[in-house]
Design a binder for this molecule. Structure first.
Ligand code: ASP
Length: 348
């Protein structure tokens, strides 16, 4: 044991001599560490149901998004810029349930939700139920920076985004055959259930264990600022202008420089009731829990006990990264403080 710790101290001294002196001018982040983590949704994602071509397509997009954000951070860009640009890549891909690939509502429309929070200032912005904004995460950022509000919804949010100069598209832009087919399948399944038990169907409009393709990103920049962002089409077959956790600060997204940043994906109602993203930060603040312990406790113990499914990604102020989910898989990628890229889909 003594020999081991002796070798470890020699190795540490050696590394410190070899490592070029880092810029320690920032009092916020004397280590100058930066890192990024993204997710593309959790759910019943099983290797046996995935073709090699589709798996490669997912991994390529996750890699592109994580690396784009990482380059921004490496060049001294802000965590908010990194989160926005990484999420744009996922929103512009039909693979994920956000932006272009948003799922369909019961009325065969696409209603999108997004939010952003900056850990330095506690500033936050969100939109719910937008139908014409090409990149809802940018609308959330505009709400944060260009309004006195935190959450705008529906037509008002679309109008605000247009006035803020964001890209507005015809709602037909969000049509994808794959998502439309998913809606029709769920409707058919629910109809069968309705015939069997009308009450149950009313209270369970979604298919349990479905895939949650929401996207999210959390980044720590060289200045020590953490930003978290989330963007989604919500849940297939949602109705009555249902809003999930993704635009709810504290449930779908949370960031605080003194603890961590979190982005969630999963069955939104459970994440709202559990105030999941904030609960993780609160455990770190009040209980002095580590990021790993806090994320594990909130997802594996509390969310699971409540009957919720899904997962989170998170980064703390030291650049530690955590991802945790209680589903079969979660699309995810990170580039850590040593520049190491990791891309994963299944439990491993
Ligand atoms: N959390 C999202 C919602 O409930 C869905 C998802 O994560 O895919 O709207």
């Amino acid at each position: 044991m003594k020999t081991l710790s002796f070798i470890a101290s020699i190795a540490l001294v050696f590394t410190q001599c070899k490592t070029p002196k880092k810029n320690t001018s920032s009092t916020e982040n004397p280590t100058n560490k930066f890192a990024i983590v993204i997710h593309g949704g959790a759910g019943t994602i099983l290797k046996k149901n995935m073709s090699p071509a589709l798996e490669s397509a997912y991994k390529a997009k996750l890699t592109e998004a994580a690396q784009t954000g990482y380059e921004i951070l490496k060049n001294g860009g802000s965590s908010t810029e990194a989160v926005e640009r990484s999420i744009h890549i996922l929103e512009n891909s039909p693979l994920f349930n956000a932006g272009k690939g948003a799922v369909f509502t019961h009325a065969e429309t696409n209603e999108m939700d997004a939010s952003i929070m900056e850990g330095a200032t506690g500033k936050a912005g969100a939109v719910a139920g937008v139908t014409k904004v090409k990149n809802p995460i940018s609308a959330a950022i505009a709400v944060m920076n260009q309004s006195n509000h935190v959450l705008l919804s529906g037509n008002g949010a679309d109008t605000f985004a247009a006035q803020a100069g964001l890209d507005i598209v015809d709602p037909s832009y969000f049509y994808t055959e794959k998502r439309h087919q998913s809606l029709l399948r769920i409707k058919a399944k629910n109809k069968a259930q309705l015939d069997h038990d009308a009450k149950t169907a009313m209270h369970d409009p979604y298919i349990k264990n479905s895939k949650y393709g929401t996207v999210g990103c959390v980044a720590l920049d060289k200045q020590g600022n953490i930003t978290a962002g989330t963007s989604t089409g919500g849940m297939t077959n949602k109705r009555w202008n249902r809003i999930g956790d993704s635009p709810i600060i504290g449930a779908g997204t949370y960031a605080n420089n003194s603890t961590c940043g979190v982005s969630s994906t999963g069955w939104g109602e459970y994440f709202i009731r559990g105030v999941v993203a904030y609960d993780i930060a609160a455990q770190m603040d009040y209980k002095k829990a580590s990021l790993q312990d806090a994320t594990h406790d909130v997802i594996q113990r509390k969310l699971t006990a409540a009957g919720g499914t899904g997962g989170i990604i998170a980064i703390d102020r030291l650049g530690n990264i955590s991802w945790e989910f209680n589903t079969a898989g979660m699309y995810r990628a990170s580039v850590n403080d040593r520049g190491v890229l990791t891309v994963k889909i299944y439990q491993e």
